[in-house]
Structure formats: structure tokens, C-alpha cells
Write a protein of this length. Sequence first.
Lengths: 787, 164
Amino acid sequence: MAVSKLFGASIKRREDPRLITGQATYTDDLQLPGMLHAQIVRSPHAHARIVRVDTAAARRHPGVVAVYTGKDLEGKLNPIPTAWLVPNADLKTPPHPALAVDVVRYAGDGVAVVLAETLYAARDAAALVQVQYAQLPAVVDQEQAVRDGAPQVHADVPRNVAFTWRVAGGDADQAFAEAKRDGVVVAQRFVNQRLIPNAMETRGVVARYNSGAGELTVWYTTQNPHIARFLMSVVTGIPEQKIRVIAPEVGGGFGSKIPFYADEAVVVFCARATGHPVKWVEDRRENYVATIHGRDHITDLEIAARKDGTITALRGKTWANLGAYLSTAAPGVPTILHGLILTGCYTIPNLSYEVLGVFTNTSPVDAYRGAGRPEATYLIERMVDLVAGALKMDPVDVRRKNFIKREQFPYTTVEGLTYDSGNYEPALDKALEMVGYQKIRDFQKQGPKDNRYLGVGLSTYVEICGLGPSAVAGAVGFQGGLWESATVRLHPTGKATVFTGASPHGQGEETTFAQIVAEELGLPIDDIDVVHGDTGAIAMGWGTYGSRTTVVGGAAIVVAARRVKEKAGKIAAHMLEASEADITFDQGRFSVRGSPDRSKTIQEVTLAAYLAWSLPAGVEPSLEASAFYDPSNFTFPFGTHVAAVKVNADTGEVELRHYVAVDDCGRVINPLIVDGQVHGGLVQGIAQALWEGAVYSPEGQLLTGSMMDYAVPRAHMFPMFTTARTETPSPHNPLGVKGVGETGTIASTPAVVNAVLDALRPLGVTHLDMPLTPQRIWNAIHAKTRR
Amino acid sequence: MKRTVKITVNGVTHTDEVEPRLLLVHYIREVLGLTGTHIGCDTTNCGTCTVLMNGKAVKSCTLLTVQADGAQFTTVEGLAKDGQLHPIQEGFWEEHGLQCGFCTPGMMLTAVDLLQRIPDPTEEQIRWGIDGNLCRCTGYQHIVNSIQYAAKKLRGETPRKVAR
């Protein structure tokens, strides 16, 4: 491939050939000599005391090598930690044992583990572990959980309140008082339902412990192998330098493979205790209960506005369900990643908002694609529509009126974030034009046809992405840095290997990172390999989540590549007997200014750097450079999404007719990959609006505990999406990129809900909670018409 | 009580003694070592384990190995011939029909079956045709494009990439 203009080109992904030919290696594909299979015995009850665990029959089962219970592990593993200690929130961190010892706190809590020579023997024997439980009252709803007399999930956490977090600015009460006198106040309760991530590959681990060397090797379905190694060391006590974590091919994560789970610590314990390599892979039903869930907020929110649509304040409270234990990032998701972006892309000067984090007898809740930001965007974007409805204004006009204007950037929000750049109007205009907004409004005026109501809904969103500056991470209690590492290493033959501390698992950075390096160094892209996901090969890094891989990891790579170029320039000058200042570089060739025939290719320079027969004074042999890039700010991608729907009032069915996404993620390295990211996010966000939702029985049984019961969306449920972009480069990122991994999920949910409620407006329905299933819509329509 | 089965996969015939309860997907993955066929659920919903049985797409997690006795199978490892990608593989690569790649083998084999039955499918036929296969990454749009690409190629036409 020609070297020119790789940045910005829709080139085919370089990771694909192994994936489309069945030659990729996922965790479950590994077979090690002497490997045992683990099956974890899980509690069927949401809350119970463990009276007795009888493992005798399981031990006797043919092929079984060992059975361990929570008691066997006691004192041998440290509790599973949370890594986000949100400050000023009175955060409670009750201990989370790797296997339950006395009490199980959710249906799915691990109780024992069986190790056998085959998977089938392990599963058979797991069914033979007899656990006697004394059931305790359970609580699944976060609002009920904080009431007097509610069942206590943890004895030492009164009223199940894990934290109380507040964000405020201006004078919200004053603004509301004014709006009540001379304006409009709208109050609404919102339920942002619990979602289940459903990465197509479930979680799994293969652990091998070499007692002679004291070394642990773990192949692990993780989005962040270095964090996993860090926490693995904390929990198991194995020194960090003796642990190698490898993320092989990882089959999707969406946040669910960020946390360090109890199960992984159990598997490591088993590998050490038995002396055998151990494989554990969730089956899907297990994945539904044992892997984290997302969202699950109940919010009471009020918005104040003047009669002309100027929004003056937001005030409210959210009860965030955290499940039974604090998962790795859990406390930060409904607080920092949520409350700090509540006012969205609007100049709202007054805010008062409180979040209660609540323990319940349900599976732990943590980061799911978007993580806190979809919940915030949903609130503000729904609220803006409700203001428009109350004032009988077009939702577009309310948005325009309140947008942060282009000339106001950098803009410091009432939450205290500084949005570095933005230009919201052009994205809105483009989206409206593409969807034919005025035409839809005109159609609407003609009234429904065949009892089918047309609706159009907007979401003009902004996200916090590119996580993030480490100083900020520390200030908000994240127990880690959020910089990223990169090494760009040229080899004597002029080929290159790029090492990144990010850990992509489907996002395509083996391609985009190679595009960056090819562009910087003028190397053919096929001469560049990108290595990720192995703590044994790669310097400390922080992994892939929060739309940070290209933003922070890519920035680290470009900084490293520029260092390589600088060193190569010195060597080239020496080789060409010219002054360094006279050396120019273009498309892989160093030339002497004014004498283009005097030149050396980067490959020639690289070989010279390795041979080191004649290097300039003070220049070391070899040609490679590393960078540890810590961003100076987050990035703030934005855009406008518009959904057009038809609602069948006879059946309550929603037909998504048209969806337009105009996103501004800054400069685009590979448009094809960016489109893919947007599409995938859209489907997850639209599915929350219309179909998905975890349902628990009051006793704490997950009723949507399989793909038969939980609505993972299918291909026929969507139209072709229309995507477009505006381009406002991030001013502080060396690539000008802002991140796009979560955009679709963050923006689409409110756009679709707004569209459906726009359609239902003539029927008197102003709000419905998600998912907007036919049953829910039909009932709402008929409840109104019955009156 | 093990049973003997004779099963042909990607043109190679295997004779093995298997437990009657052994799922075909476990036979393919664990006994034959063909790990390109994946397991994504245990309820026949996700389609990740789809293979071609006597030319038709089946979910190999819902067949016992003993039921497959005498049958011919194609797995993802058997799609490319003589170093040449199958048009469906080419389509998925050209049109970015995959991200994490986990659902991809099953998705491609379902598409092969679909295109045998309907050589010139509409978008709607493609969407319904792959409805038994879940993908959590792509949002399906590029998968639809990939299958359209393969359809053209299989019909002997020159696929034109979707404008972007």
C-alpha cells in the first residue's frame, strides 16, 4: 500500500484475516497439558446464610481432582477490592470474599469450586455439591433498600447506602423559585433500567502456576491486562513481577471485562493449590448472573426554565443500584462519569444533584458501554424535550437556545469540567437536514394514518471521553493512572513493532495504530505490527475503556513515533554529512534541504542505527522510543442524533424508520472503523430504549437470565443507519482525535425515546420508562383513552 | 457407554468413540481441535456455533455428536480453499463485517447457507436470514453489506464497495 495519506483512509482491518479463517485464539481455545476444568458452584438464592457445604459426593465423582469451598479459601486470598474510592461520599467498602463463606448476597454468588479432568465431569460434580442454605429476606430495588427495616445486604452498611455523592453549583433553589413565579418547572421520575452487557464471548481464565519459578501466567478475557495483573497481585499475594497476564483474542467487552472478578482469583488459587493449569469459562447462564450489569438508576429530576425556553437549573436525586458488592469501577460510574456531565451541552448555570449508591441482593453493577454518561444524557435530553412540551416549543429551538455557543469554548460547566472545544449547531443542522426534519413535522400535522403515529426525536449530546488526565483520576478517587504507554521499535530490516498498553478487543487499533505510525514514519503499513494485551511484553498501561484507546493510546504512539523520527533524523544528518537543521523528512525519506538527491530512507537509517558502525556523538545504537502519555484534559465528543419512528397505536409496536447520527469525534483515522463503532453503539442504545432490560423477581431471581429471556437485539430490528460527521479536532490531543467507542450508546437511547413520545403526544402520553415495549406503549395509550 | 461415530469435517473423515451426550460443538472444538467454531450461549439463541451440516447451517451446540454420525460438515476452517478466501470471508473483510470476531464464523456460515438458497437477497432477506445469529459489536449494518458483497461475488459480478 502506498504510504501517502493513510491517516483518514478506510483501509481494511489488519486483524481480520485470522478472525475470518478461524485462526484467532480466544481464551477458551487454549489447551494446556494436564489442564483441569473448573466449575463454580453458585448460590441459587439472593440472600441466605450458608449452613453447611457438603462436598463429599462431588469429590468422589470420577475425574474430580479437588473441591474447594469459601472456608477453604479463607485467609488465602485477600478480599476483592474496588478500585474507585470516590472521595467526600462516605464510601463504604464491605469485604468481598472470593467465595462466600457465611452469607451469599446475590443469586450467582460463588460458594464452591470443582476441579476435574474434563468439563463434563466438573459440571456433573458441581451438581453434587450439597449446600444447605437458610434463606434471608432479600431486597432488589434500590429505593426500597434504603428504607427503614429493609433487609441489610452488609451488616455494617446501614440502610444499604454505599455512598452519598453530591454535585452542585450556582443556586438551584433560587432558580427554581424564580421559575415557579415566572417560568416553567417540570418534574419527572426516570427509571434507567438495568442492562446486561452480553459480550458474545463470556468471561474466562486459564491460569498456570509454576511453583519452581514462582510464576503465574494467566490468559484472561480482560480489557485491561495490566490492571488485572496489579489487582491479581493484591488479591493473591503473588508478586507483580511474577505474574504475566495475557489478553488473547477477546470477544467483546463493553465494560464487562474491565473488572477484576472474584472468579479469576478463585481460578488462580486453584492452579496454585492443585499444581495443574486450570481453565474456567462461564457458560451463558452463568454470565448473566456472574458478570456485571449496567445502568439501573431511579431518578427524580426537576428542571427550571424561563418562558422563552432558557433553562436555568436542574435539581434532583438518583438512587443507583450497585448490586451486592462494589465491583472494580462501580462507585465512579454513577458519580464522576455521570453527575459531572448532567447539564450536557447546555449553559445551565445552577445545579443541585445527589446520588445514593445502594447495595441490593443483585448481581454487581459496573461500567457498561458509556458508563454513567448514557444515564446522564438520557436525563438531560429527555428533560429538554419535556421543557419543550411544557412551553409548546419545538425541541430543536429549546436546544439551540441553550447550547454552549462556539465562541464560549473553552467552557467551564457548572459541574466544574472544562469542555475544551465544541461547535454544536453545525452537527444539529446537518442531522436535521439529513433526516428531513421539517418534512416529518409537516407529515405529522396531517395526523395519523391507519392509527400509526409518526414521531421524531433528537439527542444533542456531549460525552466525557479519552479517560483521562491522571491528576484528575486521582482527585476523583480512581486508584490508578489514566495515561497510556507506547513503544515504537524499528527492527534492523526496517520493519516496526508497536507496543501499546491499551488492550483493544474488536475496536480495530491494530489497524488504526499502524496507520498512525505509517503516516508518521513513512513506513509501508504492512511493515508495522501492533502488539497489545501481554504484560510480559508491554510496559505498564491502563487498557481499553472510556473511549480512550485511540485518544490516549494513540497519542502515546504518535509521541513515541516522533521521538523515533527525531533520533533517525540525527543519524540521517550524520550519514549525509549535513547539519541536522538541514534535514527534511517526507514519506519515509530523509533529505538534505536543497539537494534532494542526497537522501537516505528510514530503512537505511534504521539499519545504520542497529549496526552502529558510525553514529553521531551522543547517539545510542538501535532505533526505538517509548512514551508515557498523560492527557491534559478529557475529550468532549458531541453530535446530534435523530430518530424517526412510527408507533402503531393498535398494537403498541414501534417501527424505527430512519436514524441519522451526526457525530463529531474530532479527526478520523479510519472512517470505516469509526462507522462500525457508531453502528454497534447505536444498536446497544436503541435496544435499551425499545427492548432490553434485566428483570428481577422481588425475591432476587434474575428472570431474564438467558438469551431466551433477555432481548439482545437481532438484525431484523434495525433499518440502515445514516452516519455523518462534523470535525472539530481536540485542541490538546496530538492527533486531534476525541474517541468514538461509546458515542452510539450515549446518544441513541434518548433520541429514540424522544421520538416515541413525540409520536404519542397526540394521545396524551408524555413520559414512559424504558424499554418501550409494545405492551407498555399499548397500556399507556389505553390508560389514557379509557379515562 | 461410548458410541463410535464417523464424521467428515472439511473433507477429512474422523472416526471417534464419544459419549452419547457429547455436544457436537464440543466434539468439533475439543476432540478435533477446530476452535474456530465458538460457543456463545447454551440455549441455541446466539448462533456463534453455526456450522454447515450436509450443506445446511445448523447450531452445533444443539446437536449431539452421535446425531451427526455419517454427516459432512464445513466449519470456518474449511471455508477458504487453496489459500483463496471464500467470497463470504472476502465480503466480511472488505466491508468491515466484524469487530471482535467472536460471532463471525457462525455468521459467515449462516450467510453461506442463505446465499445458497437466495443468491440475490434483499436487505430484508439478509436481516431475517441472519436473525438466528447474534452480534453485539457491529450493529449488523456492515454484516449486511458484507453479505451483499459476497452475493455479488458468488453471482460472478464485481462487488462494488458500499460508498463511504
